[in-house]
Design a protein around this ligand. Structure first.
Ligand code: ZN
Length: 258
């Protein structure tokens, strides 16, 4: 009888050791495998790019108005909404305005900064001071060409030497190389899709871009003040083509700068 109790005790102890060993192995496996799985999941899900598109003007700010009455604010909203439709499945896309209302320039830039956008694209179809001006032109911001702006050497000194905090008005200068690259992509895709006049890629002081803390451009898809451009921009297929061209350029930009 005592032998039976003794042997049952030994069996019970063996069973407990077996359970402990299994638990130990499980703990090691879980500890080892789960973090690896978590890392691989995060690697499988890259950061979804965030794009903020700014339909220029809006509300009582009509922008340029064509000879037959087409307002820039309506053209820019149509293009921006089409861009959002095309890109929504691929990227996170926000517009600075979703309807016909007035917003000031600082608010447009603030929306892009608020969403921590990867890129900011402001859409325009304005008028030139010269009535004959027409065609496609893409701007990236450069304070250098502005009246009263600091010379480049001085800007470089204050940004890079840490003598004083980076002035917010100069923040876009950090992104100039990428802004210029994006401008070139948009320029070539727009000219390939639209039968328009090439007015190039230019640097200029652009108030809507200067406080944007990401690569940013201003796209003039045409000049409404010119009758030929106004006629083109009335066509829904031209609006779609312009939006598609900008989307293709954005995809190319993210291929180059992932
Ligand atoms: Zn405009």
């Amino acid at each position: 009888m005592q032998d039976q109790i003794l042997s049952r005790g030994i069996e019970a102890k063996g069973f407990v050791w077996l359970i402990c060993a299994i638990l130990l192995v499980l703990a090691l496996v879980v500890n080892d495998v789960l973090p690896a799985r978590a890392v691989s999941l995060s690697q499988e899900l890259p950061h979804r790019k965030i794009i903020v598109v700014d339909p220029g003007h809006g509300g009582h700010d009509l922008g340029a108005v064509g000879p037959s009455g087409l307002a820039e604010k309506d053209v820019t909203l149509s293009v921006a909404q089409r861009i959002k439709e095309i890109l929504l499945g691929i990227y996170e896309v926000h517009l600075t305005r979703n309807d016909d209302y007035t917003i000031d320039i600082e608010h447009r830039t603030a929306v892009a900064n608020h969403y921590r956008a990867d890129i900011f694209v402001s859409i325009h179809a304005g008028g030139g001071f010269r009535h004959q001006a027409r065609g496609v032109v893409i701007f990236y911001h450069s304070p250098r060409t502005g009246p009263g702006s600091k010379p480049p050497q001085q800007q470089r000194h204050s940004w890079e030497m840490g003598e004083k905090p980076l002035p917010w008005d100069y923040i876009q200068g950090v992104h100039t190389v990428k802004s210029q690259a994006m401008a070139k992509f948009v320029h070539s895709h727009l000219l390939a899709k639209l039968s328009s006049v090439d007015r190039g890629v230019r640097e200029a002081p652009c108030f809507v871009l200067r406080g944007a803390d990401m690569p940013a451009i201003l796209v003039e898809i045409g000049h409404l003040s010119h009758p030929a451009d106004e006629k083109e921009l009335r066509k829904p297929e031209v609006i779609s083509a312009a939006a598609e061209a900008i989307c293709e350029a954005i995809k190319e930009y993210f291929t180059k700068y992932p």
